[in-house]
Write a protein that binds this ligand. Structure first.
Ligand code: TYM
Length: 327
């Protein structure tokens, strides 16, 4: 069976970019594949956090993921720091990637610009930990949004380099990105991706926003003045973003949807209705899960034990292939 792995950081609330670009596909894929999903709390501390913040965010994110359809009885869902093989394997990865390769990572460039006062070493070596996450599980496919393609590519490069140095050890993974909404753009600045760190509350639709807020944000989305509805991200980023969102929310092709509209107003109304309809059952389910944090914690513990069974075997294989003195 195809092995699927993906991860998400417990930082800030989830937005429809995370949902349409990644999580919704995870909940679909879990039924057809052997799927593992990880709340990557170790990645979150690459930028400073207050004590306790990451733990609370990890619990909440796990509940959001379950509300979005991830079923711990069907897939493996766990928190990264609960499986210590991730950090140990990350060192092997760090030694298999070059300074130059790490320097080219867009996420590093963006985040180091945002946190100029303290750029941690971890922010720089972040992709090595991400490679460990993926390679520990003999992953075939990594369902992600478009912004993560580069990190999956570097993971493949690291795996290939390790395999050629030490013999066949890791499976080479490939990124799987959705047809619509692989890069949901900010509603107010449609040339920037919607992002937890952009600080654009009016341009970001959070999964827990009230239906009224969602409708308002989508209705006020920046478009342009020529009034023509067509799907072209270079010429018409705002309108194309709305078509993508509507297409992803209704499982239709964004380019062909463009023909159904003569005005921006109706497109905005339909996109808002579709997003609200998609999120209403999700929000109700989240409120139920939120009421029982003990049960969430129990499920995550079971998930970590399951994940560890695979991670330990792969790490042992990697160490044996390097040929460390046996302990
Ligand atoms: P993160 O936490 O930023 O985002 C989680 C997922 O959401 C997708 N995404 C989007 N998709 C479409 N449009 C957007 N505007 C948008 N914003 C975010 C991301 O592509 C991602 O799939 N480095 C990763 C976390 C990670 C990981 C891993 C992923 C750590 N280890 C191993 C896969 C496999 C990150 O920061 O994602």
């Amino acid at each position: 069976m195809t092995r699927v792995f993906s991860g998400i950081q417990p930082t800030g609330d989830l937005h429809i970019g995370n949902y349409l670009g990644a999580i919704r596909n995870w909940s679909r894929m879990q039924h057809e594949t052997d799927a593992i999903f990880c709340v990557v709390d170790l990645h979150a501390i690459t930028v400073p956090k207050t004590p306790g913040e990451v733990g609370a965010a990890s619990l909440r994110l796990s509940q959001l993921l379950m509300a979005a359809g991830l079923d711990p009885a069907v897939c493996t869902l766990f928190v990264q720091s609960h499986v210590r093989e991730h950090t140990e394997c990350a060192w092997l990865m760090e030694c298999s990637v070059s300074f130059g390769e790490l320097s080219r990572m867009t996420q590093f460039k963006d985040k180091s610009d945002q946190h100029k006062d303290f750029i941690s070493g971890g922010l720089f070596t972040y992709p090595a930990l991400q490679a460990a996450d993926i390679l520990l599980y003999d992953t075939d496919e990594v369902p992600v949004g478009d912004d993560q393609r580069q990190h999956i590519e570097i993971t493949r490069d690291i795996a290939e380099r390790f395999n050629s140095r030490y013999g066949d050890t890791f499976v080479l993974p490939k990124a799987v990105v959705p047809k619509a909404a692989a890069r949901v753009m900010d509603l107010q600045q449609p040339t920037n991706k919607m992002s937890k760190s952009l600080d654009s509350p009016k341009g970001t639709v959070n999964l827990l926003d009230e239906p009224k807020q969602i409708a308002k944000k989508i209705r006020s989305a920046v478009t342009d003045n020529d009034g023509e509805v067509s799907f072209d991200f270079t010429e018409k980023p705002g309108v194309s973003n709305l078509l993508s969102i509507l297409g992803a929310a209704t499982d239709r092709d964004p380019a062909s949807l463009a023909g159904d509209y003569e005005q921006y107003g109706q497109l905005k109304v339909d996109a808002a209705d579709a997003v609200v309809a998609l999120l209403e059952p999700f929000q109700a389910r989240f409120r139920e899960l939120e009421a029982d944090p003990g049960e969430t914690a129990r499920l995550l513990k079971v998930g970590a034990e399951k994940a560890r069974e695979t991670a330990a075997v792969t790490l042992a294989r990697a160490k044996a292939n390097i040929g460390f003195l046996a302990d």
